[in-house]
Ligand binder design. Sequence first.
Ligand SMILES: Nc1ncnc2c1ncn2[C@@H]1O[C@H](COP(=O)(O)OP(=O)(O)OP(=O)(O)O)[C@@H](O)[C@H]1O
Ligand SMILES: [Mg+2]
Length: 104
Amino acid sequence: MIIAVANQKGGVGKTTTVVNLGTALARKGKTVLCIDFDPQANLTSYVACEPGEETVATVMRAAALFQPADLGAAVCRSDKFGFDFLPADLRLSEADIYLATAMS
Ligand SMILES: Nc1ncnc2c1ncn2[C@@H]1O[C@H](COP(=O)(O)OP(=O)(O)OP(=O)(O)O)[C@@H](O)[C@H]1O
Ligand SMILES: [Mg+2]
């Protein structure tokens, strides 16, 4: 099952919802992967993830350019919250540019 938490309005509880929903589902025994799709990377900070070079930003860019991506290298594990986690970083803010190019 894929659950997307999205709202254009800021500060309405998106990140908080993802942390709590992800934690609750993991405690129920589900295997959970939380993906931070926000260039602000608040969720990444919240779970205290120190991303390496590979993040959702590099994975997205590679996908848009039909290049291979090392998804496994990008995924982190949060033992505190009990879920796997794909961190974001500011480079994700470039996605609208290369996605528009890739789709034209
Ligand atoms: N159910 C709630 N009740 C009270 N406060 C809440 C609730 N959910 C979130 N908050 C608070 O609201 C603020 C904004 O929450 P959050 O960061 O999750 O929003 P967001 O939609 O992800 O924001 P942004 O658009 O900046 O990414 C935080 O201070 C959070 O602690
Ligand atoms: Mg947020």
